[in-house]
Design a protein around this ligand. Structure first.
Ligand SMILES: [Zn+2]
Length: 253
């Protein structure tokens, strides 16, 4: 049975106001990877949107208590061992947990770069979520991406994302399907329906969820609600399992 995981990067305020509200509505869960320096205002950036506000620590605590996985996205949005430990220590001082996972700020990191990072941290992160499979950069996959973006062909979406399914147990190189503003909830659902009976782990990478998307990293509230509604139905029908990365990779054991 397919395992489906929602993950949110960066730590924008809408992760609480919009995403978490809808996740709760459907009784689902997710992994939220926070840039801790953005949260406590020690790292100032416009990278997440000009004037974008971060999640507050009390919102982070509330999401953790609900069962959301609060994990690291670096302290200063980099993949570096010392920065990772700063971020981890902040998270474990904010919420009650002893270990965290990590989502790579530069989602195109190679296996070699991840191995180097892990060696330097002595394999401290519980898991590492990367972006898309690097094979998505092939000419053929770039063409599929454009075909989907313009024409919304399901076949192009399926072929492009098939290589972003995780088939092995490598918890340090978890590939994901990147959701961008042009992605349709229906395409994601059709993709899940196509592969749901296989033992894949399918991780979705989201950023902002808002009513009026104005850049590629923002997904509409309507799309996200439609996705969650379908995930809930499929999960109730025991067709898929919806969990978060922390629980899936043994964080609660
Ligand atoms: Zn990021």
């Amino acid at each position: 049975m397919m395992i489906v995981i929602l993950s949110f990067d960066d730590g924008r305020c809408d992760t609480y106001f919009n995403s978490f509200r809808i996740i709760k509505k459907y009784n689902l869960t997710a992994s939220v990877h926070i840039t801790t320096g953005f949260i406590d205002n020690t790292f100032k950036t416009d990278e997440f949107g000009v004037g974008m506000k971060p999640l507050t620590i009390s919102e982070i605590k509330e999401m953790n208590e609900y069962g959301i996985d609060i994990s690291s996205h670096g302290d200063k949005h980099v993949m570096e061992s010392s920065d990772y430990f700063i971020s981890k220590n902040k998270i474990i001082s904010w919420v009650s947990k002893n270990s965290v996972g990590f989502s790579v700020p530069n989602s195109s990191a190679s296996k070699t770069q991840i191995d180097e990072f892990l060696k330097n941290t002595k394999y401290d992160p519980l898991y590492v979520r990367v972006g898309r499979n690097l094979k998505c950069k092939s000419f053929l996959n770039k063409a599929r991406y454009v075909v989907y973006k313009i024409l919304k062909f399901q076949l192009a979406f399926n072929k492009f994302n098939k290589i972003n399914l995780n088939t092995n147990n490598d918890k340090y190189f978890i590939k994901s399907c990147v959701i961008k503003s042009h992605t349709r909830a229906k395409s994601v659902i059709n993709f899940i329906k196509k592969y749901h009976s296989n033992d894949y782990t399918f991780v979705l990478m989201l950023h902002s969820v808002c009513d009026d998307p104005s850049n590629q990293w923002e997904w509409s509230t309507k799309n996200f609600d439609a996705l969650c509604s379908s995930l809930k139905r499929m999960s109730d029908n025991k067709e898929i399992v919806v969990t978060n990365l922390f629980d899936n990779y043994g964080g609660r054991e």
